[in-house]
Design a binder for this molecule. Structure first.
Ligand code: MG
Ligand code: MG
Length: 254
């Protein structure tokens, strides 16, 4: 079932997603060598609660924390821990909120200190691919158009697209239909309609696209242990350009 949102519902989604954007920025300020991922998690939880919302991931399907923090070869769903960030790490921070009945969901991959230029290129390409996918996400286009744009951009740069993990519809539930793959064929897949709200979230690997689930039952990492990048926006489909409900505008890159 795909839920088409009213303009009022989209505004509620926007509020929840703007708080995610502010939380990501708050966390990003603290991405420095020596800071543990659990410390980042605490910062996010306190910030979300002090802004009148609930962490969206905490307890979701039993997830134990507010953030998913996935460092280097971890792709997504990393569990915050006492791991202290090191110079040169890349840190995917995925954050969710629940505010006034609607979920926010957005992710950003931060650099910790001095990152290898090749890895920076992976991050830059993944972020570009997210916006190229969003540019295709409009009423009358199909999900294959979105996935194609993301896949082409990343593969042209020599990177690979994770297939098993995908974006999703979002609203009163964190994960609604449809699934939103980061690969596809032009003109194929579900027809996009005005009022659909989806999270687009390319997960792009520097090496092979293969992933495995770690023993903690949550963390996804690359098989070849090469780095992975992840950027995510929640958007609303309109007749023209999509309305991006989450935001990176508060993030200051160090
Ligand atoms: Mg997310
Ligand atoms: Mg998501």
């Amino acid at each position: 079932m795909i839920y088409i949102k009213t303009p009022e519902e989209i505004e509620k989604l926007r509020k929840s997603n703007i708080l995610v954007g502010k939380t990501l920025a708050e966390v990003g300020k603290h991405v420095k060598p020596g800071v543990t991922t659990l410390e980042l998690d605490k910062i996010a939880e306190d910030f979300i609660r002090s802004n009148g919302a609930e962490p969206g991931f905490l307890g979701y399907d039993g997830f134990p924390n507010t953030l998913c923090v996935s460092v280097n070869d971890k792709v997504v769903h990393g569990i915050p821990s006492d791991y202290a960030l090191q110079d040169g790490d890349v840190v995917s921070v995925d954050c969710g909120t629940l505010m006034d009945g609607f979920y926010g969901d957005s992710a950003y991959t931060f650099c910790c200190g001095n990152v290898d230029p090749k890895v920076k290129k992976l991050l830059q390409t993944t972020k570009e691919a997210l916006y190229l996918g969003i540019a295709e996400a409009r009423a009358g286009h199909r999900l294959g158009d979105v996935g194609y744009a993301i896949q082409q951009h990343c593969q042209a740069a020599g990177f690979s697209v994770v297939r098993e993990m995908v974006g999703h519809g979002i609203g009163r539930d964190m994960h609604e239909a449809p699934e939103v793959p980061n690969y596809g064929k032009r003109g194929q897949g579900l027809l996009l309609r005005e009022g659909m709200t989806i999270a687009i979230e390319p997960m792009i690997n520097m090496g092979n696209r293969g992933i495995v689930l770690e023993r903690d039952g949550w963390t996804i990492r690359t098989i070849d242990r090469k780095p992975s990048a992840h950027f995510e926006h929640t958007i609303a489909i309109g007749k023209g350009e999509a309305d991006i409900l989450s935001t990176f505008e508060y993030i200051v890159e160090s």
